[in-house]
Design a protein around this ligand. Sequence first.
Ligand code: ZN
Ligand code: MN
Length: 479
Amino acid sequence: MEIHVELKTKSKMFCACKNGLGLETEPNVNICPVCTAQPGTLPVPNTQAIEFVQLAGLALNCQLRLDSKFDRKNYFYPDIPKGYQISQYDQPFCEAGHLDVLGKKIGVTRIHLEEDTGKLVHPKGVNYSLVDFNRAGVPLMELVTEPDIETAEEARVFCQKLQQICRYLKISDADMEKGHMRCEVNLSLYKKGEEKLSGTKVEVKNINSFKFVEKAIAYEIERQTEVLEKGEKIVQETRGWDANRNATVSQRKKESAHDYRYFPEPDIPPFEFTPEYATELKRKLPELPDQKVKRFKEEYGLADDTILVLTTDPALADYFENVVNEIKEKIACKEFSVSLEKALALSANYIVGELRKHLMTSGEGIESLKITPENYAELIAIVGEGKISSSSAQIVLKVMYETGGDPSQIIEAKNLIQMSDAGELEKIVDEVLAKNEKSVADYKAGKENALKFLVGQVMAVSKGKANPQVAEELLRKKL
Ligand code: ZN
Ligand code: MN
């Protein structure tokens, strides 16, 4: 895999222009003489971008090179104003790392830093193209893996874990759909017993989702197997993923390897880092996804699936932990009477289920959530203590999500306090029994399901406010 990630630094890689991350509404607004390659301009490297790449290197178990430099990669294309890209050739910032994927070590050959290109725009109905340089010079991290990946699933999980690490490190949102993260696959097959890289390599580009990474690889394995089984040769070429046709299509055949005439960038002196600098940087590393998963298992004893969802986004995991702290405090001072174990499970389940559903529907991030951890914890205690039913809890959570309101006030305003008081419930139970003679007869004939139906009726008549356990007890008694 070859993966490019746009870094979310404040400014561009070699000038003071704002790094707009593609959010610009007009072309050519975040540009200057440097990133449009006016004669006489000089690049000044962005320290934050270098640190971001080195942090990624540390998170992926790489060696940080103490001697590093930038090089010029020469090629002509209208979106690259200088006629070369400042990149790194033989002394990248990070080397020789690895990432654990599905219980297997996938080697990371190198991670280097370069600048992104501009974008060509092809307006319809005219015979010219336009260039937008907003993206030109945005810091771009490039990661290359060792040829250790053997299945489509391993490739997908590798990309997903890399995205997650970028988000944990806050170096990029690594959104594939937005082009922040671009994955290229290099795939070759070989016969059992033959040498590992003896096959012809095919490159697949234009993959803009994790699902397509997996699909494109599965497709190529099948296509190349068919070609080889017919006794034909694989053509060395670049192919693109066509999501409409669910297939890879040939884009260009490789006549010969590109000659980029790499040479050291003369306008940027080489770097020398001290071992102390590397040690200092290591201290800046946050808790990483694998470590968080392990700790959540030990500390909270939640189900594996729940932990995986909670730790996908570090902000979601932080939110959960803020709620947990709140609950612990309130239990300690006897404000909540729910057990910690129950509250932990409820908190996690409502976050992974209901809350995430609201976030996904509205397209908002957890960062802009209106529900404070205090209010969320209070709702969990109210549910855990059986004061409202789970269907009422969903209603309350929805209002809290929309308004950021206080759960007790919402419950009072909507009159949702659960009816656990037998006297009040009894009237409803009698009414339901009188109206459903057939179910009563069925139950008496031994059909246990009829009771479930009757409980459902009580819930409906009480508009979800009945405590289902109490309702069932009352029904059994009366039947
Ligand atoms: Zn600029
Ligand atoms: Mn590159």
